[in-house]
Design a protein around this ligand. Structure first.
Ligand SMILES: *Cc1c(COP(=O)(O)O)cnc(C)c1O
Length: 362
């Protein structure tokens, strides 16, 4: 191609999503597959959300309310923070992109623990800024190493809490010490895509700093615990000054009519949320117990997914699981070539996963 493209764009490796169920079934000519690869909600979407989405369909000839008035109002009440502290996104991915557009330019540095969520790297690279990768320490984000990687070019730091793909968290205390020691003109993004699943009471919660810190942006999503990954809706909690900047680069109609309606209803569906969390915790405990019996190494999580060490090329194990209609994620592209990441499903799905893993490792 003769068309000139910036090097920082042509060098981006595209995001590789979990394999869709329909694609697997097409390729392998099988049916009844299960997917435990993208940390989705095994209970489906919230029924209240589904009803609200259906009801919203008669409004599809209208543009959405670009300000997301009702959803922002509902979130504001629910979270007990001002509306000015909130910005909506087409999934939290959209907000990661907005943050990059607002704060980054070529030459800037962004600290990204590794491995973590791959979208951070892509969003940063799109702006020509440079990702500075800091290895985890025993699967945990290493705040000391992050701090030591800060230079005068550092503009942003990504903290995924719980971290995808390791499921580890940072304590409130360790984060507060870190925050005190860094310059307050560096944006700290706390990605809480899985915060609803955390069992550890000492876990950092970004919302605690919504009004105190000037430089924190906390990302939340309806894609996981609320079961609405296909709807594309998320939000962030931050200082009004930052919210204002994000709204300048935000596409005016970034969240759709059904997305706003569905998210509002999902917030009311506490029964569904509680059921999701309980199902996940019971599922994880079952999986832990089964893997222990099999003598397989795994790493306990604060999220709805966790890592398993298969002590061989995980792509081959992944492939053998696919043949049995079970989709998991090989961690090769995350730099863990012998690890699988799996999320807890329904109890039937979890049993099927264990069976398939036994067969794949036999
Ligand atoms: C799934 C996930 C998200 C959610 O992205 P959406 O765009 O809201 O669907 C964000 N961050 C992490 C770490 C995730 O794993």
């Amino acid at each position: 191609m003769n068309i000139k493209v910036p090097d920082f764009i042509s060098s981006i490796s595209p995001y590789v999503p979990g394999k869709p169920i329909k694609e697997l079934e097409r390729e392998y000519g099988i049916s009844n597959s299960i997917k435990l690869a993208s940390n989705e909600n095994p209970l489906g979407p919230s029924p209240l959300a589904v009803r609200a989405i259906k009801d919203s369909m008669t409004e599809l000839h209208r543009y959405p309310d670009g300000s997301g008035f009702y959803l922002i109002e509902k979130l504001s009440k629910k979270l007990n923070i001002a509306k000015e502290n909130l910005v909506l996104g087409n999934g939290s991915d959209d907000i990661i992109g907005m943050l990059a557009r607002v704060f980054l330019q070529p030459g800037d540095e962004v600290i990204i623990p590794k491995p973590s969520f791959l979208m951070y790297e892509i969003a940063v690279q799109c702006t020509g800024a440079k990702g500075v990768y800091v290895p985890l320490d025993s699967l945990c984000i290493d705040l000391e190493a992050v701090k030591n990687s800060i230079t005068s070019q550092t503009r942003m730091i990504f903290i995924c809490n719980p971290n995808n793909p390791t499921g580890t968290i940072l304590s409130k205390k360790s984060f507060e010490n870190f925050l005190q020691e860094i310059d307050q003109d560096i944006i700290v993004v706390i990605d809480e895509a899985y915060i609803e699943f955390v069992r550890d009471k000492d876990c950092l919660q970004g919302i605690d700093y919504a009004n105190s810190a000037d430089n924190i942006v906390t990302l939340r999503t309806f894609s996981k615990a609320y079961g609405l990954a296909g709807l594309r809706i998320g939000y962030c909690i931050t200082k009004p000054d930052i919210a204002n900047l994000l709204n300048r680069v935000r596409m005016p109609f970034n969240t759709s009519v059904p997305a706003q309606a569905g998210a509002c209803a999902a917030l009311d569906d506490e029964e569904f949320l509680n059921n999701t969390i309980q199902t996940t915790h019971q599922g994880l405990d079952y999986l832990y117990e089964s893997l222990e019996k099999m003598g397989i190494e795994f790493f306990k999580t604060q999220s709805n997914f966790f890592l398993i060490n298969v002590k061989q090329d995980s792509k081959q194990v992944f492939e053998k699981m696919l043949q049995q209609g079970v989709i998991v994620r090989a961690m090769t592209s995350y730099g863990f070539p012998e690890y699988l990441r799996v999320n807890s499903g329904t109890s039937e799905e979890n049993q099927r996963f264990i069976k398939a893993l036994k067969k794949a490792l036999a």
